[in-house]
Design a protein around this ligand. Structure first.
Ligand SMILES: C[S@@+](CC[C@H](N)C(=O)[O-])C[C@H]1O[C@@H](n2cnc3c(N)ncnc32)[C@H](O)[C@@H]1O
Length: 365
């Protein structure tokens, strides 16, 4: 049963998950879809020691940072966090968040690269469904509810059209018949076609960055940073298809990832979170006689806790750490005594949401 406990709120700042933070009641309260300066009443949806999570019920005082969201689903959908404020303000929140996380690591000013558009960019969208409940939409991880989003703006045009088709022609219920009663469906663009998989692992067709144009922007910054070096040996960890390093000036390269199919030469399939991973990668490097002077890594949200072990093996002069979770990135970089951050980039791969890509260039001291 839904909690009915109501609390007054006044938002004093944003947190790193794009939620407004209020200290008006007995506990610190986190409220999505609010902004600093907003005040009103919120309904508590969950509580833990010292903190509570709430949903805004009424707005008595509106933040001067507020605008009308372009998406009709913004209030009910859990996926976008910042469409109620201008994009420039969204970037300010993101930069403040990254600055705060990096406060203990010496670094030059963060260079922010805005997205080239705020909506219509994702080449991959995952929806959840509930056949008996006749619901399809975005899953709210907090209460497991599904918010219908027939006019979602986040996907590229072909994906947005497919989503509309799913709802307005009710094709999703027909397509999902024969599937388990609850599950997920993924829509992704491949070779100018929208492909649909039901209940397959995320990114079944192989991981690709979701915002293609911003991926090119990130890669060009990376290429520029290393452009003056003569051809170098390179290790690319969590490499996927080699996206980040394929255009770099390498004389020899090893890409490591968990490949579903047997990868070709220069690609090595290894679970990098396995306790023997470091030794397996080292053995592979020895077989190839690879001595990387550049290491690129782009882990999933969990980061790479034993990064230092990988770096101390070959002591590369240059390291590029790309991450979609700055918390784990900061945790990993903090362990490195022999490297300093020489450039720090916030590249907005995920506009409208609290997520962004961080790229740190590190040099051996
Ligand atoms: C953020 S993606 C980066 C991929 C690639 N660098 C790119 O730009 O397309 C993270 C990659 O980590 C890989 N990965 C996830 N868990 C892994 C694990 N335990 N061991 C090795 N690779 C893993 C995924 O397959 C995915 O390709």
């Amino acid at each position: 049963m839904q909690s009915q406990r109501m609390v007054p709120f006044k938002i004093i700042r944003m947190d790193s998950l794009g939620q407004g933070v209020s200290k008006e009641s007995d506990k610190i309260t986190f409220i999505p879809k609010t902004l600093p300066g907003d005040a009103g009443e919120a309904r508590i949806v969950a509580e833990r020691k010292g903190v509570s999570f709430a949903k805004m019920q009424s707005l008595k005082e509106a933040s001067p940072l507020r605008i009308d969201p372009v998406c009709p689903h913004f209030e009910s959908c859990p996926s976008c966090h910042y469409l109620h404020t201008p994009y420039e303000q969204e970037l300010i929140f993101k930069k403040e968040n990254l600055d705060f996380l990096f406060k203990k690591i010496p670094h030059p000013d963060i260079q922010v690269t805005p997205a080239i558009r705020r909506t219509g960019y994702r080449n991959r969208v995952q929806l959840h469904y509930d056949l008996p409940g006749k619901k399809l939409g975005m899953l709210d991880a907090k209460d497991h509810s599904i918010a219908p989003i027939p006019k979602c703006l986040i996907g590229r045009e072909a994906i947005a059209d497919k989503i509309k088709d799913f709802y307005f022609n009710s094709t999703w219920e027909r397509l999902a018949s024969g599937q388990p009663p609850q599950g997920h469906v993924e829509l992704y663009e491949q070779n100018n076609e929208v492909k649909v998989t039901w209940n397959a692992p995320y990114s079944e067709g192989g991981f690709t960055q979701v915002f293609e144009e911003m991926n090119l922007v990130l890669k060009s910054k990376l290429e520029n940073w290393l452009a003056s070096l003569p051809a170098f040996e390179l290790l690319d960890l969590f490499a996927g298809n080699g996206n980040l390093s394929d255009k770099l000036n390498h004389s020899k390269r090893l890409c490591v990832d968990m490949y579903a199919k047997s990868p070709g030469f220069g690609f090595f399939s290894q679970d990098l979170y396995d306790e023997k991973a470091f030794f397996k990668v080292r053995q592979k490097m020895q077989e190839m006689q690879l001595k990387p002077s550049v290491i690129v890594l782009d882990p999933p949200r969990s980061g790479l806790k034993n990064l230092e072990q990988f770096l101390e093996e070959s002591r590369p002069k240059h390291v590029v750490y790309v991450s979609c979770d700055p918390h784990t990135m900061v945790r990993d970089i903090s362990t490195l005594g022999r490297y300093r951050v020489v450039e720090l980039h916030l590249i907005d791969f995920f506009p409208s949401t609290f997520h962004f890509e961080t790229m740190a260039f590190l040099e051996r001291i």
